[in-house]
Unconditional design. Structure first.
Length: 242
């Protein structure tokens, strides 16, 4: 079953060229995914009851057209079906303009984390069916395959996680990873047009006060950002843009 919401682009969703940014798009997708989860009893207000929440593992985004300030968009989302209990679940997104033209698509991969037990929970079929899934699971899985960490880097900066970066789950919000990736991009890339393809894989959460190293390199026409712990023993995330 598809869930649909209409949004109007504000200042927070556009960039320096008055175009919808990848960060703005992901913010809309995060919002509607959270809304859908709330409809079936797994939203933000249900965290205490469920002793946990859905956390994202992967984003895959492709943008075909970028709108401007005050434009309206329609965002649709739906969960993908599973044939057996699983630790992972998948969700697709479609974004349309006011003329009902498809302007962006995205796929995401999630898990359910029990905060009390501090472990990942396998989702049973009853829980998965609450979302009334539809679509092709294999296609979704192929869009969020494992990203490979580069073997060498061209640039590195350090960053201390601030209070403003922390979300309701008490760790750095998944959208902040994209902001950190933008910080290490070469100026000629950052100030050019927004890149229309984006992949993010999350590995280990980042908490308040932690220091991270953000590495940049370019491989096969892709701008790759790797976020690691200060001692470089923990991989937090890999971001690819092209």
């Amino acid at each position: 079953m598809k869930i649909e919401q209409t949004y109007k682009l504000g200042l927070r969703e556009i960039g320096m060229k008055n175009k919808l940014t990848n960060y703005g798009i992901l913010a809309f997708l995060e919002d509607i995914a959270t809304y859908h989860s709330g409809l079936v009893g797994y939203g933000v207000n249900d965290v205490e009851k469920n002793k946990g929440a859905f956390l994202i593992l992967d984003w895959s985004l492709e943008v075909k057209k970028r709108l401007c300030f005050n434009d309206s968009i329609k965002v649709k989302t739906y969960a993908l079906p599973a044939d057996k209990p699983s630790f992972n679940c998948y969700r697709n997104f479609e974004i349309y303009d006011e003329k009902d033209e498809l302007i962006a698509t995205a796929t995401s991969k999630w898990l359910f984390y029990n905060f009390e037990q501090r472990k990942i929970v396998k989702l049973d079929m009853e829980t998965l069916e609450l979302f009334k899934p539809e679509g092709n699971l294999q296609e979704a899985e192929e869009k969020v395959t494992k990203l490979k960490e580069p073997t060498c880097y061209e640039k590195m900066i350090e960053y201390e996680v601030r209070r403003a970066n922390i979300d309701v789950n008490k760790h750095m919000n998944n959208l902040v990873y994209l902001k950190l990736a933008n910080e290490v991009l070469p100026e000629e890339v950052y100030f050019a047009d927004e890149l229309n393809n984006l992949r993010i894989t999350y590995k280990h959460q980042i908490r308040l006060g932690e220091n991270v190293k953000i590495y940049y390199t370019m491989e096969e026409d892709k701008h790759i950002v790797t976020i690691k712990s200060q001692d470089e023993n923990k991989l937090h995330a890999i971001v690819e843009m092209w």
